[in-house]
Write a protein that binds this ligand. Sequence first.
Ligand code: ADP
Ligand code: MG
Length: 469
Amino acid sequence: MGETPPPNAGKIAACWARVRTRLRQEVGDVEYRNWLRQMSLAGVEGDTVLIHLPTRFLRDWVRDHYGDRLRLLCQAEMPGVRLVELRVQAAARAEKPALEQEVAEASPLAESLAPSVPAAAAEPVRNDWLVPLDPRFTFDSFVVGKPNEFAHACARRVAEKPAQAGFNPLFLYGGVGLGKTHLMHAIAWSLRERDPNLSVAYMSAEKFMYRFIAALRSHNTMEFKTQLRSVHVLMVDDLQFLIGKDNTQEEFFHTFNALIDAGKQIIISADKAPNDLSGIEDRLRTRLSGGIVADLHATTYELRLSILQSKASLAGVEVPPRVQELLARKIASNVRDLEGALNRVVAHAKLFGRPVTLESVPEVLSDILRAHDKRLSIDDIQRKVAEHYNIRLTEMASARRSRAVARPRQVAMYLAKQLTSRSLPEIGRRFGNRDHTTVLHAVNKITELMAEDPAFAEDVTLLRKMLEM
Ligand code: ADP
Ligand code: MG
């Protein structure tokens, strides 16, 4: 790699312009303007791209939040590049670095892509809490099934009567792609529809933090506080991102209290229940659990199928029931992946003007299906479960029925059913040639126990998450 002659400066700068454009598309204009615009390309040394940022704060922020993305984009756009190094260089904001100057002169296109010299002052926090809501995320398009019916009912209730005792805050939690953001937007749509004057602020916890820090930087925290406290409904998505961010957490805690005390509705989502969010202060945890906590459970085959039916009916191409069943069976991870697979199948059919058939799907989705099959082997499940309950792997297939081994075995069968596309008889065979009714019994038993015993449910959920990682 060291042998490659250095590409000329103009070429590098053009590549750099493309990297910036792609970053901007990915993170959006506002974020780009506040954090990334101030990057300037200082050069390429060997296989390393050197980038300057004007302050250490910005350098650290960009490295922590965008470092990986930046590296991948540079690797993709700049031949021979492997690493990206971010350096603090105070002069970077005063003058355009030579490389960018050069390309700006050489190519009008690159100029429009290349950044301008950043404004000296930090941008004030603007009153644009009302981020656009996704028009697809409404109650109408949300398919209700066993795993999400409670969360959905809570969301409906809050949408009808915000800030009601017992439902404030509403805390929604669950794994990725299970509908948390969808439900939050649905509540917001519904509230706005009923009362267009109601101010509903929706933001990710990351955005909350980013705005708070931007306010600190520009000495505008008063404005930040006033704006936030003036909303009627505050929604903060993916709260887990505040973990370990002490200042921001503190600020969030105060905002939270002020709003609740003023009778405003708060809606939070996270990947875990308040009690399981480690790294969150106890007093915040207590407040988060003070209203209603609702779990979005992992999807079941039935829910996945209903979601596919609902989405397929809008696809504009016929997706035969057999294909829907195949997808629902094979893509068990979450709704987002399921949607992705359906979209691909539909796009493919439209593009080539061919009908969707059971035969065409495995080919169109070969990579996705392989990834899912690979992740979900019965062996992996047995091994992990045995390890977790501290029993020998051979007990998974043994005839022993003592509770100490039978229960973990049932858990493993349950997880095999949930996480793989194997049929009941296939699963039975892998557990010491047991009958499919034994597997079915195990699945029902574990489902039942999970409903009765939260500690047990948590345990199984944890196992599942570890397996899905
Ligand atoms: P999360 O925020 O929990 O990670 P999202 O709300 O972003 O998940 O959902 C991922 C995708 O799956 C979205 O496109 C969403 O519309 C869709 N989705 C999730 N659950 C459902 C559901 N029950 N019915 C319809 N679509 C759903
Ligand atoms: Mg989300």
